[in-house]
Design a protein around this ligand. Structure first.
Ligand SMILES: *Cc1c(COP(=O)(O)O)cnc(C)c1O
Length: 371
């Protein structure tokens, strides 16, 4: 016996109403906003070449863009030494992650992500009718054994951000290889390398070689972070031919706007500007970590363009109270309660001025409760 369908009103497919909507970083303080350090945006802005390419598109907004994003795929392929046919561009890597879930999850299929993993993964999974499965982490770092233990006959995707947001931690590539070796061939390993450009570790790889040698690994990347094009929504996936073919079949035929394609090409070709952004981060990430540790705070070691700052569980000194204080000073960091990290705030590496002002404000916050 099946129950009669409810014909009185439209109902979204099962799973949709289980989605906890994504909460973006706040963009305003409670008074005048001086520094927005809540969304891992670059303090250097976009390359001037990208701005010029974007502006040049204004003359011909009546024209559809190139639906295959050919120029952008070729520029990406050129810079990274890839085959452009193995790349699909998306409206941010968010779109690409959702397309992968839509293409590969049947209702009831499982997609694994880690305890403090990026919250787009469970949203993309549920939106496709799948079931998100959470693997616990160790020391705020993905745990390969915990992921492998959660693989079942229903598993179709493992989403792994390396480095991860919001923790900033990463896995060395021999661990990623071990994860891949333990997965069945029909499970796609999605390596989300949104912060790869910032990582300065000899044992780190974004995943290009593994994608090239396996049928079930893809790497996603974004123009939102080091390239400073978050407003334009540009991301991409590099993968095996069969997965690229599936994603191309379901994506919107014109999923990137012409200004996004043009600005992306100019941004990735401006290597000097990109290097300056990476150098800025390499200078200020350790500075921020050291200065905050001097204040007695715990900072999770990060390889990205942000840090996770832990506050004491003491009245007047908590992360929530620090957040309120900083907002009143016009400094916007990111609460990460919804990532299971209620004791912490995530801070994007900002301009020199923003970094110094934030450390000074946190020092003042801690001092006022010391008396
Ligand atoms: C910022 C970020 C992205 C990029 O998302 P876009 O949609 O490309 O802006 C992807 N993954 C992680 C883990 C991120 O933090």
């Amino acid at each position: 016996m099946t129950t009669a369908p409810d014909r009185s009103r439209p109902a979204p497919r099962p799973g949709v109403l289980d989605i906890a909507p994504y909460v973006p970083g706040k963009s305003k303080g409670t008074g005048k906003t001086l520094y927005k350090l809540s969304s891992n945006e670059t303090p250097l802005g976009p390359s001037p070449a990208a701005v010029a390419a974007y502006t040049a598109c204004a003359e011909h907004l009546e024209l559809y863009p190139d639906g295959a994003s050919t120029a952008l795929r070729e520029a990406i392929a050129d810079v990274h030494g890839l085959n452009p046919d193995r790349i699909v561009c998306g409206a941010g890597s968010d779109e690409v992650l959702n397309l992968l879930a839509q293409a590969y999850l049947c209702p009831g299929d499982e997609a694994i992500h880690t305890e403090h993993g990026f919250l787009v993964y469970p949203i993309a999974t549920r939106a496709a009718g799948g079931v998100p499965v959470v693997a616990p982490e160790k020391d705020l770092t993905a745990d390969i054994d915990a992921i492998l233990e959660r693989v079942t006959d229903r598993t179709r995707i493992v989403f792994l951000a390396n480095p991860n947001n919001p923790t900033g931690t990463y896995l060395p590539f021999d661990e990623i290889r071990r994860l891949h070796a333990g997965l069945p061939g029909n499970v796609i390993l999605v390596l989300d390398a949104a912060y790869a450009e910032f990582v300065q570790k000899n044992d780190y790889e974004a995943g290009i070689e593994l994608v090239g040698s396996a049928e079930n690994v893809v790497m996603t990347r974004t123009f939102s972070k080091v390239y400073g094009l978050a407003a334009l929504r540009v991301g991409w996936v590099y993968g095996p031919a069969a997965i690229i073919d599936a994603v191309n079949r379901i994506r919107g035929p014109f999923n990137l706007g012409a200004p996004s394609i043009a600005a992306g090409v100019a941004a990735i070709r401006d290597r000097a500007f990109t290097e300056a952004a990476v150098e800025h981060n390499a200078r200020w990430l350790p500075w921020l970590t050291a200065e905050l540790e001097k204040l007695g705070l715990k900072v999770t070691p990060s390889v990205g363009n942000f840090i996770l700052i832990h506050f004491p569980d003491a009245p007047g000194r908590t992360a929530a109270e620090a957040d309120a204080y900083l907002l009143s000073e016009g400094i916007v960091l990111r609460r990460v309660d919804n990532y299971g990290l209620a004791d912490a705030l995530r801070m994007t590496v900002g301009s020199e001025e923003a970094n110094r002002a934030t450390v000074a404000a946190i020092a003042a916050f801690l001092e006022q409760t010391e008396r």
